[in-house]
Design a protein around this ligand. Structure first.
Ligand code: C2O
Length: 433
């Protein structure tokens, strides 16, 4: 199937570049957007992460080129890595990150600069071309899923390049699966539960480790809380009261959260997030713009992990950002296959939005959302995992009822939110306790 589809996609991609008019209403990031970048902020926390104002060299349109003769690369689930495979992967990732961290700040592929570009796109540093006040954010609207797929895509390409290994693939953190099941007959997938912080990201001697996290992220067998409420971080009340659930209780709630975000609440219009086009004001309230999985488990897990991960200005400083986001975009592809009429937007203002990313050769690429909706056309796929753990969640007896108050946080009023967010400026919180 993919072998027929991919060349067609490539031609479509070339055509769509030729046909793009200047009257388009989708968001297009351009040289001008970079030129007018300015210090931004996220809920009042200032950021200063603009890339150089002048983009040197050409901007080259990106078209996925899929080689039908080659099998798709597989991004695998971290929790099933063991033995020789684990050793090889860890060694490669270690080397990749060492090389990436060693690049000078002037190199857009450096670890630091990758955080900076996410920061610029995520803290209102860019403004719409020709406007003086319409700030851009790739969170809390329909650009969230495609933009982060692009970001992780180029991150992986850069690692491949630095390692000299074009087959290198990132793994993903399968935080949504909390049920270890027997593999289906003939399946080569990973059916182990993955609801804890992956051990290699918690190992102080590893390049994938980050000390700036909340303490419960370090508890080896603790089930992460997919409904974790950001407002729990209070400078007044001290460290959050983390739920003291048994693994059983917690994972049951997690399965319900997943079921709700992916199925019950995640229909075609609510899953991707609200439109954000030229002329629109930035959406600042999560509940007003974010798609269902951006709210839970995405925002909630960022808060749960804490430290750098708590804000868009710093999140990719923690290497766990990448396997975490690989799973986020995997969930998008799972959602498309679930049925229920689930489908991506057909609105050209979504499909024709373009973003700029430096690629593995430090060349600036113009990347279009429509080229990132089908990950197989990008040359990779995800290992099969136990999504059935939440797909078939029985919601007749709902533990999430007790969680209502937390979920309400996600739809609270703007001033309440500003209040909650001011907690985040507490230095203790920024240091991850
Ligand atoms: Cu741009 Cu998980 O955030």
């Amino acid at each position: 199937m993919a072998s027929i589809v991919a060349p067609v996609l490539f031609i479509q991609c070339l055509l769509s570049i030729l046909l793009t008019t200047t009257l388009a209403a989708p968001i297009n990031i351009t040289r001008e957007t970079f030129r007018t970048c300015r210090p931004g902020n996220w809920v009042g926390i200032p950021s200063d992460c603009c890339p150089p104002k002048v983009i040197k060299g050409p901007i080259v349109d990106f078209c996925p080129q899929y080689d039908a003769a080659k099998p798709l690369r597989v991004r695998k689930a971290l929790q099933c890595l063991s033995g020789h495979e684990l050793k090889t992967y860890t060694r490669k990732l270690e080397r990749g990150y060492a090389l990436m961290r060693a690049l000078p700040d002037s190199d857009p592929r450096s670890f630091k600069r990758q955080n900076a570009i996410h920061c610029a796109y995520g803290t209102a540093s860019f403004i719409q071309d020709g406007s003086t006040n319409l700030t851009i954010d790739i969170h809390l609207n329909w650009h969230f899923l495609p933009w982060h797929r692009m970001f992780v895509y180029f991150h992986e390409k850069i690692l491949q390049k630095l390692l000299g290994d074009p087959e290198f693939s990132l793994h993903f953190w399968n935080f949504d699966n909390s049920v270890t099941a027997k593999p289906r007959h003939g399946s080569h997938g990973c059916y182990k539960a993955g609801h804890f912080v992956p051990p290699m990201y918690n190992e102080p001697s590893k390049a994938t480790f980050e000390a700036n996290r909340s303490f419960m992220a370090f508890e080896p067998n603790r089930a992460v809380d997919l409904a974790f409420d950001l407002s729990q971080w209070s400078p007044v009340l001290g460290p959050p009261t983390f739920p003291n659930n048994t693994v059983e209780e917690q994972t049951r709630m997690n399965r319900e959260i997943m079921h709700r975000s992916m199925i019950t609440l995640g229909n075609t219009t609510s899953f991707i997030g609200k439109p954000y086009r030229v002329g629109d004001a930035q959406i600042l309230i999560p509940a007003a713009g974010a798609g269902t999985i951006e709210m839970l488990p995405h925002n909630t897990l960022h808060a749960y992990i804490g430290g750098w991960m708590m804000q868009p200005g710093t999140a990719p400083i923690d290497p766990i950002f990448y396997p975490f986001h690989a799973n986020m975009e995997r969930l998008w592809s799972v959602w498309r296959k679930l049925g229920y009429g689930n489908d991506d937007p057909t609105d050209p203002d979504w499909l024709d939005a373009t973003f700029l990313f430096w690629d593995e050769n430090a060349v600036m690429r113009r990347v279009k959302t429509r080229d990132f909706v089908d990950l197989n056309a990008l040359g990779y796929r995800y290992e099969e995992v136990n999504d059935a753990s939440w797909i078939f969640f029985d919601n007749s007896t709902s533990p999430v009822r007790n969680y209502r108050s937390r979920v309400v946080f996600l739809s609270m009023l703007p001033d309440q939110e500003a209040h909650q967010m001011s907690f985040m400026q507490n230095p203790k919180i920024l240091a991850g306790y």
